[in-house]
Design a protein around this ligand. Structure first.
Ligand SMILES: [Fe+2]
Length: 397
């Protein structure tokens, strides 16, 4: 058994209505001046009153910045640093989806560390802890509230880049399903599938261990049983509870075991074509898993079982194939496009996309099966719908 580290938020608060605890938590962190970091869409929903009221009741000074944009470029972050530095904030509260939470995490470290933000890209390039943070997700997907990475788009080369540091973890994460009840179906589908990708990729990752395995499997179970209901009947609190818990568990597993080739191949689609992260991941998931499954039949069989597939009487290979098919079916059921054509990718761009994805060594080296540029290109081509590869595990008679 190799040595591994397990990290997550210092305190996790979950459950319906748990956002009411935020005032008490801010006080425990000795906060006197807080800035809430969010985006304009969240501001318009009226959700912020649930965050603001307990903070005001705790008699803490609160400011708000709503400049976060989706899939944020470094420039978005740089503009926000200029606006908030030197104002004496001693607690940052991130409210929103992955973009708002990632920005909050990086603002926190940029207030205490010198240098350009691009110098922090990579693993453990941050020298000092940041200003304390409380993270409040309003979608069930990224798991950003418990991961120690943050992803940005570099507009210079249109590539998504990650900052990875344990200092990005929050003091407190508050995960309240009631905050997700009004998330529209398309966003519920894309973010929910992103969470499922986190669970499946981290479960089958090279760095997975006993701790992350149990967590990831439970995430797969919760998301598989409730994503369809959350998409088509968003007011169903039980389904939303499953989704926020599934997303949280998937985030914990991803934070510690990492993800793999699905994310590596999805990044260039987000950078160049602006395909939303969850859609890119969900679209690529069945194709990458079809390629990966042969590398770990046992684990893929466990994925099928966690997804509730009827596997009685099937061989191990057949059960592993069931997992691949069940993932594709779920993605289709929640309305995610099944082809790269449908998200505007030009076939002639595939060699360049494959070249770009092959550089995401940090993730590819954690994938259970090695991919060269040639294999990455084949997977993109299959996801485009032009070729049928033979990588599906042959079922023996
Ligand atoms: Fe993701």
């Amino acid at each position: 058994m190799s040595i591994s580290y397990f990290r997550t938020a210092e305190t996790l608060i979950t459950g319906s209505g748990s956002i009411a605890q935020i005032g008490e938590q801010a006080k425990k962190l000795n906060a006197s001046k807080i800035i809430i970091v969010t985006d304009k869409v969240i501001r318009q929903t009226g959700l912020l009153s649930k965050v603001l009221e307990p903070l005001k009741a705790a008699e803490i000074e609160v400011d708000l910045i709503d400049d976060v944009v989706p899939e944020p470029p470094f420039e978005n972050l740089e503009e926000m640093i200029i606006k908030i530095e030197g104002k004496g904030y001693d607690l940052l509260v991130g409210v929103g989806g992955g973009s708002a939470l990632d920005i909050t995490k990086v603002l926190s470290i940029m207030l205490t560390n010198k240098g350009d933000i691009r110098d922090k890209v990579g693993i453990e390039k941050v020298e000092k802890p940041g200003v304390p943070t409380i993270l409040v997700p309003t979608t069930a997907g990224t798991g950003s509230e418990v991961t120690f990475n943050a992803i940005f788009t570099d507009t210079r080369d249109q590539v998504k880049k990650g900052i990875v540091s344990p200092y990005l973890l929050p003091k407190v994460a508050i995960v309240d399903p009631e905050l997700t009840l009004t998330v529209p179906p398309a966003v519920t589908a894309a973010t929910g599938m992103d969470a499922l990708v986190h669970a499946v990729e981290s479960y089958t990752a090279i760095r997975a261990d006993e701790l992350t395995d149990g967590i990831a499997l439970q995430a797969i179970k919760l998301i598989s049983r409730s994503l369809r209901t959350a998409v088509y009947n968003g007011k169903d609190l039980k389904a939303r509870e499953d989704m926020v818990m599934g997303s949280l568990l998937a985030g914990i597993s991803l934070g510690n075991a990492g993800v793999g080739a699905v994310h590596a191949l999805a990044y260039p689609l987000g950078g160049k074509y602006k395909v939303p992260h969850g859609v890119a991941n969900s679209l690529l998931l069945p194709f990458v898993m079809k390629y990966n499954a042969v590398a770990d039949l046992e684990k893929f069989a466990e994925v099928a079982k966690a997804m509730g597939e009827n596997v009685n009487g099937l061989s191990l290979r057949e059960v592993a194939n069931c997992a691949v098919q069940a993932l594709a079916q779920l993605s289709e059921d929640v309305g995610i496009p099944a082809s790269l054509k449908d998200v505007g990718v030009a076939f002639s761009d595939i060699p360049a996309l494959a070249e770009e994805a092959s550089k995401v060594e940090r993730l590819l080296s954690n994938n259970p099966r090695w991919l060269s540029v040639k294999e990455i290109q084949k997977i993109y081509e299959e996801a485009y719908g032009t070729v049928e590869t033979t990588t599906l595990i042959p079922v023996q008679a």
